[in-house]
Design a protein around this ligand. Structure first.
Ligand SMILES: Cc1ncc(C[n+]2csc(CCOP(=O)(O)OP(=O)(O)O)c2C)c(N)n1
Ligand SMILES: [Mg+2]
Length: 359
């Protein structure tokens, strides 16, 4: 079950990390102790990213239904807050590693819509010239360094980016996103151990959507949660309500600041839910109807919209203007992608081997 309201953040840590854990655990302590609070501008930017993700997801599924795109697709609908809050707490040139269910992370980190849509459509104008597809979106200019389809594989890769930053002293932080199922993969445990040992500037973000393919968290995981696994690797582990934009931002920002200050990695377990099946076409019959209904009743996008207006952070008119802009930008990207050329077969051997294969 998702954490109850009012219990946005809990931690599980070793004695040696108690101080950091307290800072991460208590929103009040974070507020008064460090002055960490998202600005109105950051809150609105988080909403813009969330609505961009939601609208893009809906348009992709409609475009696939219409037979205009044929690609593997893993909807992130329901998980918008996590990517938006993490991206807002990062610098534009910080690194991100993510997984096949990654379009929310790509969009939030700033992969341009045209590059993303053209890659989904397999066109030469895509971010990987149409050769990567949705499961392998890579766009270094926006910090999206790699997207992987092998569960857990991004974790040691993120350590590599973190190590490079540490050696170069470039001050960059790497965030690696993965699912709850990935926390049962060996690479997760090896990766956390090494990151802690070497105090790498890496933030591990487990997006716990309660299912790994068709297997529920309880059926596949021996520990009561993922955050407590951080204790084995002597780093702070934080469980946060991934539907709460402010709590999510505070936890992400604290972890990112900690990594940038050379204090080492943090494991964040963001509790969430996916509103769609594992992949496009999965009717998700294995999820009890009540569980799905309860999760959808907590849809974070309309909830955050209403909250921003109620708290007068943004006017309804300014929110509508953001939504209109996002809609227009998506339409432009779809037209650009579907109107672009297919890659030339000669591209097959390019960018794959060190020496280009001549055909
Ligand atoms: C090493 C490995 N084992 C199995 C798979 C097949 N597989 C693809 S997605 C997935 C579920 C992963 O679930 P989770 O980590 O919770 O991420 P989510 O899809 O829920 O975002 C599995 C088992 C794989 N891609 N890689
Ligand atoms: Mg999962």
């Amino acid at each position: 079950m998702l954490p109850p309201a009012g219990a946005s953040v809990t931690t599980c840590v070793t004695e040696s990390h108690k101080q950091e854990a307290e800072l991460l655990a208590s929103p009040d302590a974070v507020d008064s102790g460090t002055g960490l609070e998202p600005s109105a501008e950051q809150l609105v930017e988080m909403y813009r990213k969330m609505v961009l993700i939601k609208m893009c997801d809906e348009r992709i599924r409609a475009t696939m239904r219409a037979g205009k795109i044929a690609a593997p697709y893993y909807s992130p609908r329901g998980q918008e807050v996590i990517s938006a809050a993490v991206a807002v707490s990062l610098n534009p040139d910080d690194y991100m590693v993510t997984i096949y269910r990654g379009i929310h992370d790509h969009l939030a980190k700033g992969v341009p819509l045209r590059d993303l849509w053209a890659e989904y459509a397999g066109r030469v104008t895509g971010s990987c010239k149409g050769k990567g597809g949705p499961m392998h979106i890579t766009h270094p200019a926006s910090g999206v360094m790699i997207t992987t389809g092998i569960v857990g594989s991004g974790i040691p890769i993120a350590n590599g980016f973190g190590w490079a930053s540490q050696v170069k002293g470039d001050g960059k932080v790497t965030v690696t996103n993965f699912g709850d199922g990935a926390s049962n993969i060996g690479a997760f445990h090896e990766g956390l151990n090494m990151a802690s040992l070497w105090k790498l500037p890496v933030v591990f973000v487990c997006q716990n959507n309660r299912y790994a393919e068709h297997t529920s968290f309880e059926k596949g995981t021996s520990s009561p949660n993922v955050a407590c696994r951080a204790a084995s690797y002597a780093m702070p582990g934080v469980q946060v309500d991934g539907n709460d934009p402010v709590a999510m931002w505070k936890v992400a920002k604290t972890a990112v600041d900690r990594a940038r200050a050379g204090e080492g990695p943090t494991l964040i377990e963001a509790m969430t839910f996916r509103f769609q099946g594992h992949n496009y076409g999965d009717p998700s019959e294995y999820i009890p109807a009540q569980e799905m209904e309860a999760a959808m009743a907590r849809d974070p996008v309309p909830a955050f919209r209403a909250d921003l207006i109620a708290r007068k952070v943004a006017s309804e008119a300014s929110i509508e203007a953001i939504e209109a802009r996002v809609t227009a930008d998506i339409t432009d990207a779809v037209e650009f992608a579907l109107g672009s050329a297919w890659p030339d077969p000669v591209e097959l051997g390019r960018d794959v081997y060190k020496n280009e294969i001549k055909q």
